[in-house]
Write a protein that binds this ligand. Structure first.
Ligand SMILES: [Zn+2]
Length: 204
């Protein structure tokens, strides 16, 4: 059965939140995120990955990765184990099919190569979870950076949905392997932020 991305997003939403429609309506109108820092109750790498997943789910469900109310609601569900990121991971697969033969970063259809989101030189796995198609220009520009390093903090909301979905998955798995999901400041820079997610990989 072939379904469109929009339809697929709707299915995810319906499946996840059927019993919470009233609340959804209310929080859809909540304020958006203005601060670049995650809220106070995001204390560990695990929390932060769930928080970032929640933003992606918010993007798919209500078309806005900065809908604070929706994100917080989804984050709680993920933390309590009432929602699994599998919804977003299934969507990854769908996006791969839809975006075949396009650069995952700029949409170009020319000079495409399979690119490792976390470079192999930094310990990124050689699996499809860590790969997207990218044009030569993006590939060269990104070089050995991870997506957050390449886009930077200011432009982090521009990281394409597919790339970020895949990155969160491999980052979670890498932290799980090294037992650092509960770390509060992996790169020891005095705060927990998105750069702690990639700190589990080797430095460039
Ligand atoms: Zn490109």
């Amino acid at each position: 059965m072939i379904i469109s991305a929009q339809r697929f997003s709707c299915l995810i939403l319906v499946a996840c939140f059927t019993n919470l429609e009233t609340r959804l309506h209310r929080i859809n109108h909540c304020s958006t995120i203005s601060s670049s820092m995650p809220p106070k109750n995001i204390k560990t790498v695990r929390d932060l990955i769930y928080w970032e997943y929640s933003k992606l789910i918010s993007g798919s469900a209500v078309g806005d990765r900065k809908n604070y109310g929706f994100i917080m609601h989804t984050f709680k569900k993920l933390s309590e184990g009432k929602l699994h990121p599998s919804a977003i991971l299934r969507e990854n697969k769908k996006l791969v099919e839809e975006q075949a033969n396009r650069c995952a970063y700029c949409g170009s259809t020319e000079n495409l190569h399979w690119e490792h989101i976390v470079p192999k030189s930094r310990g990124g796995p050689d699996t499809i979870d860590n790969q997207v198609q990218a044009c030569q220009k993006c590939n060269l520009s990104k070089s050995d950076k991870d997506p957050f390093e390449w886009y930077g903090k200011e432009r982090r909301y521009e990281i394409p949905r597919l790339v970020l979905g895949k990155y969160l998955k491999i980052s979670f798995e890498a932290h799980e392997k090294t037992g650092t999901l509960d770390s509060e400041d992996m790169n020891e820079d005095g705060m927990l932020d998105v750069y702690d997610l990639g700190a589990v990989f080797k430095k460039p």
